[in-house]
Design a protein around this ligand. Structure first.
Ligand SMILES: *[C@@H]1O[C@H](CO)[C@@H](O)[C@H](O)[C@H]1NC(C)=O
Ligand SMILES: *[C@@H]1O[C@H](CO)[C@@H](O)[C@H](O)[C@H]1NC(C)=O
Ligand SMILES: *[C@@H]1O[C@H](CO)[C@@H](O)[C@H](O)[C@H]1NC(C)=O
Ligand SMILES: *[C@@H]1O[C@H](CO)[C@@H](O)[C@H](O)[C@H]1NC(C)=O
Ligand SMILES: *[C@@H]1O[C@H](CO)[C@@H](O)[C@H](O)[C@H]1NC(C)=O
Length: 559
């Protein structure tokens, strides 16, 4: 009996990967069945209800190659609506599958929905995570790799192994309790610690073979804390950031802000003994540490032995300076000669010679609205309605969202709103994130990467363009904005759809720091995303779109 049950459980849990070739013979189709469930884990010694995928926490690797079409059938066994989003994937012409509240109806408890999307030139390291209701603070995340097609070389010697390393701050308290804190207007307390691959202190372990080189794909999947990553005794050679090959440079430690991903090469060129991986919090007190080990195959196995000593937690004293962090950020640049990942990133490689057609200026703030502390963007706290904006736009359901200018507007007082910035297809837009608050912000744009042209202290003005890097700015999708500073990015809007522009700090996003960018060929009244993929036949309908069908559209047609 028990054996039978075991076999059945094993059959259910083994992630089912099927490769099928279909009509578009060039493209590989990857079929995955993911069951999302609650599980209990105690990485810091305190049991917490976490979100697992096929029983795993963190979830399985999504391993794709350029042109692959992924079909991910997500079964939601939670007692709450659920969605996953694909952080950093470009989802070309396909915001239908982006998996955020503004594009998709949630998968209801007990139901399943199949995401279908293709990956293209975003070759690199990313991750997926839940997008609703602070679920991501309970896990539900996992790594994504997009590999080059075998015929294309990577601009460094092929590593001997690829290792996914998910780091993040961790709260022992249940997500529902975290929500209660925020819903009654309190800040979250400090996190309880830092996890490496979902594991607590000294649990996560990497094994190196002497003389080999490994590619570590590091993502910060945590709630809100910036982290510094290092491996005792080893240098980190930065080679990739969110799908761009960077100018290769050695670092003793690298900052990874919430929602960011990067790849480093690590050479196993030290004496074969145990070393520590140290992940420390930045800009918070008390300082928190995540500690793992690196073992050399055939070498001693017990870290913490007298020979190894204690983990070097306090060796980088100047770490908590924002200036140091910004200086490091400015050294992360694109490798202009490699070009392998993206020979010509979406047609704008010589981005300096393209005229900016529009500047979007986003100022974040905090405000008390209806007795609750909220986060604002240009004075508005984003409020999701029960109708995804993408569906409202498609069916022309009026009254779901408000189109805003994308500039700070003079208004009497901060307010709730469901705001969309309208943008024209193929515009070349500058987005300036202006942070007036004393905490670090991280911003992410779905559907795109952007050139991180500039960062500076104080207030942005058009003159600051003279300080931009117009040569080899890194091209990525999540960027930090330091306290009392600005970050300017340039983006070529060649991907039609309704795209979420959000804080990667889960607390700030939960409190309303997000907005949508609608990219279409229509006019300001009626969007007309004519090159977009059609609405998927399995699209879920909800809210004011319940019962509508693709032939049924309200309101006027395109002009
Ligand atoms: C990921 O996919 C690539 C390309 O198909 C393959 O070579 C590699 O072994 C896969 N890695 C894992 C861990 O599945
Ligand atoms: C739900 O899963 C079944 C297979 O388990 C699949 O046939 C069906 O298409 C899925 N439903 C949706 C809406 O994706
Ligand atoms: C950071 O740099 C700015 C500008 O260079 C300077 O005004 C400020 O004093 C520096 N802050 C610290 C803490 O070093
Ligand atoms: C850029 O990539 C090329 C390979 O395409 C490599 O030879 C070169 O060292 C890289 N340059 C830097 C600065 O990393
Ligand atoms: C950019 O604008 C300038 C001045 O308006 C114009 O002369 C130039 O041709 C434009 N460049 C491109 C690439 O459109």
């Amino acid at each position: 009996m028990d054996l039978v049950r075991l076999v059945v459980v094993a059959l259910v849990l083994v992630p089912c990967v099927v490769f099928r070739h279909s009509a578009d013979a060039e493209n590989r189709h990857v079929f995955l069945d993911w069951e999302v469930s609650y599980a209990v884990r105690s990485p810091l010694g305190v049991a917490k209800k976490v979100i697992a995928i096929n029983g795993d926490f963190p979830g399985p690797l999504l391993n794709l190659t350029t042109n692959d079409v992924a079909h991910v059938n997500v079964l939601n066994t939670l007692d709450e609506p659920f969605l996953l989003t694909w952080n950093g994937l470009q989802m070309r012409r396909n915001s239908w599958n982006d998996g955020v509240a503004g594009t998709n109806c949630p998968i209801r408890p007990g139901e399943n929905w199949t995401y279908v999307f293709q990956v293209k030139d975003e070759v690199g390291s990313f991750f997926y995570r839940p997008s609703l209701g602070l679920h991501a603070a309970a896990g539900g995340h996992g790594p994504i790799r997009v590999n080059n097609r075998p015929v294309i070389d990577v601009p460094f010697p092929r590593p001997d192994g690829d290792l996914d390393v998910l780091v993040g701050d961790w709260y022992n308290m249940d997500v529902s309790e975290m929500r209660q804190h925020l819903d009654k207007g309190s800040d979250l307390p400090s996190p309880d610690g830092i996890l490496i691959d979902g594991l607590g202190p000294y649990e996560a372990s990497l094994t190196f073979k002497a003389g080999r080189t490994y590619r570590l794909r590091v993502s910060n999947v945590g709630t809100r804390t910036s982290l510094s990553f290092r491996i005792q005794g080893h240098k980190l050679l930065l080679v990739e950031a969110e799908g761009t090959y960077t100018a290769q440079k050695h670092y003793a430690s690298l900052d990874v802000h919430p929602g960011q991903s990067l790849s480093v090469l690590v050479a196993a060129d030290q004496a074969p003994k145990p070393y520590y991986t140290v992940v420390s919090s930045l800009f918070v007190t008390p300082e928190l540490f995540g500690v793992g080990t690196v073992l050399y195959a055939g070498g001693p196995s017990a870290a913490g032995s007298a020979a190894t000593g204690d983990a070097p937690l306090h060796d980088l004293s100047s770490h908590n300076s924002y200036n140091r962090s910004m200086e490091q950020a400015k050294t992360i640049r694109m490798n202009l000669t490699s070009g392998a990942a993206r020979p010509n990133p979406q047609g704008s490689f010589h981005y300096a010679s393209i005229n900016v057609t529009r500047t979007v200026l986003l100022q974040n703030g905090v405000a008390d609205i209806d007795g609750r502390r909220r986060c604002t963007v240009n004075g508005v706290t984003f409020a999701n309605t029960g109708t995804p904006l993408k569906l409202a736009d498609y069916f022309r359901v009026p009254g779901v969202f408000t189109v805003v200018s994308g500039r700070p507007e003079r208004r009497n007082r901060p307010a709730l709103g469901t705001t969309v910035i309208d943008a024209s297809y193929k515009d070349f837009v500058q987005i300036v994130f202006h942070n007036r608050l004393p905490s670090l912000q991280t911003w992410h744009l779905d559907g795109y990467s952007f050139f991180v042209a500039g960062m500076g202290w104080g207030k942005w003005s058009p003159d600051t363009r003279s300080t931009y890097n117009l040569v080899d700015a890194v091209y990525r999708s999540t960027i930090q904005v330091y306290p009392a500073s600005w970050t300017a990015v340039l983006v070529y809007l060649d991907n039609e759809g309704m795209w979420n522009l959000r804080s990667q700090d889960l607390e700030k996003k939960y409190l309303g720091q997000e907005v949508y960018l609608r990219v279409s060929q229509g006019n300001s009244e009626v969007s007309d995303p004519r090159d977009e993929l059609p609405m998927p036949s399995n699209a879920l309908l909800c809210g004011k779109a319940t019962g509508l069908r693709s032939w049924y559209r309200l309101g006027p047609g395109p002009a």
